[in-house]
Write a protein that binds this ligand. Structure first.
Ligand code: GLU
Length: 421
């Protein structure tokens, strides 16, 4: 087992430092963006169904608001920690800059395994999060959204709590709401659709086509499952999907002919497992990472591909669906192997792009149809991809280097105009 730095904050700070150097930016830029501008830690008391009080720790990190209000999801996970939330908020700043949307980066989290809570406890926890943070949130201040283990229901409770506390209808304070509560059409699939579009654009650059390409996806949550569906819709063949189970740990299924994703989604919803899906067989973790596929989409958590498994990878292209799924050591190994990587801050930007559309619709009280939203999302992503690729072409950088350069350069320019340095 190779030991490497797995703290995403330490790793992202290193990348920022290198990027500032590559761009010849003043040391002040690094000082301004190496840490979030504000981090709030909260303790949320929840009366459990048995009458006892349990206190959950949560965070909200607001990294940088040079370009607009901070924006980013809230995750509920037992492994949430302060450095992770800080790093995730930094990535959001860069993601919004690359997507060309007028936001800075934010992120929140609560240390909890939501599967251990009843619906009533989960609602109290969601409302409690907003009660503690209310003064720091707002449609022109900081706008949360769903992330790992949070969804439209949780966001609805949060938006309701915020509206009650403020005594007004501020629907633009949260995105990822259900369509019936002034959410945006196309938001649920937005991240997955974006991944499919970025994969398609990257394959074109490699003189390949997503049509008939074979694809493996790690993680079948909202992001992974919708990425699979959208890739299938664009003609890709999803041959393998993996998931994680409390008892079983990592597991994966494989079908050379391609899995029927719509059917797999219903099967997973009904049975709670991917195993036993018709036509598929189970494969081991090592086999999954070694699959000789055109595209591999890690869509689970940070550090999934690291110094210990990057050597196994045989995919031609990796599209980062999750935030931070590759460690810097994995990046190096993959670069040596000649495997192209589309970085998270570009690849999964579809979610926050449609969140931006939701916010615009809320502020204008005028709602768009699904076709318009998908067409606009595609336009934003194709443009973002083009900008990053143009930066990469300048000096044969990796796509990750190029994405950081594009984002930090833009941010530095904005901060300069504002007189921050
Ligand atoms: N949680 C998503 C992300 O990491 C979406 C954020 C948002 O829509 O604000 O990009």
């Amino acid at each position: 087992m190779i030991v490497e730095e797995l703290n995403p904050l330490v790793n992202v700070q290193k990348t920022i430092k290198e990027t500032c150097k590559n761009l010849n930016l003043s040391e002040s830029v690094y000082e301004l963006i190496k840490e979030p501008s504000r981090v709030v830690e909260i303790n949320i008391p929840v009366q459990m169904d048995d009458g006892s009080i349990k206190v959950f720790k949560g965070y909200r990190s607001q990294h940088n608001n040079a370009m607009g209000p901070t924006k980013g999801g809230i995750r509920f996970h037992e492994k949430v920690n302060l450095d992770e939330v800080k790093a995730l908020s930094i990535w959001m700043t860069f993601k919004c800059a690359i997507a060309n949307i007028p936001f800075g980066g934010g992120k929140g989290g609560v240390i909890v395994d939501p599967k251990t809570l009843s619906k009533c406890e989960l609602e109290k926890l969601s409302r409690g999060y907003v009660q503690k943070l209310c003064e720091f949130l707002g449609e022109d201040l900081d706008i949360p959204a769903p992330d790992v283990n949070t969804n439209a229901q949780i966001i609805s409770w949060m938006a309701d709590e915020y509206n009650k506390l403020s005594g007004k209808n501020h629907w633009g304070t949260f995105t990822g709401k259900p369509v019936v509560l002034n959410g945006s059409k196309g938001r649920t699939e937005a991240t997955g659709l974006g991944i499919a579009i970025v994969a398609r654009e990257a394959l074109k650059k490699l003189s390949k086509s997503l049509n008939h390409s074979s694809v493996a996806i790690q993680g079948f949550g909202n992001v992974g499952s919708n990425a699979a569906l959208c890739i299938e819709n664009l003609g890709g063949r999803v041959v393998s999907v993996s998931e994680w189970d409390r008892e079983k740990g990592f597991y994966a299924i494989y079908d050379e002919k391609g899995l029927n994703i719509k059917e797999l989604m219903s099967y997973f919803h009904e049975k709670g497992t991917l195993l036993g899906f018709s036509g598929s067989c189970e494969i081991k973790e090592e086999e999954f990472w070694s699959l000789s596929v055109d595209v591999l989409v890690p869509a689970a958590l940070e550090n999934s591909i690291n110094a210990n498994n990057a050597n196994l990878i045989n995919a031609k292209l990796i599209c980062e669906g999750a935030n931070g799924p590759l460690t810097p050591a994995a990046d190096e190994i993959l670069e040596e192997k000649g495997i192209e990587v589309t970085p998270d801050i570009l690849t999964n930007a579809g979610g926050v792009i449609v969140s931006y559309f939701e916010w615009v619709q809320n502020l204008n009280n005028y709602y768009w149809n699904e076709k318009d939203i998908k067409t606009k999302e595609e336009k934003f992503l194709v443009e973002a991809f083009k900008n990053v690729w143009a930066m990469k072409d300048k000096d044969n950088f990796t796509m990750r280097n190029a994405a950081y350069m594009y984002a930090i350069n833009k941010l530095a320019e904005g901060m300069k105009y504002r007189g921050w340095y």
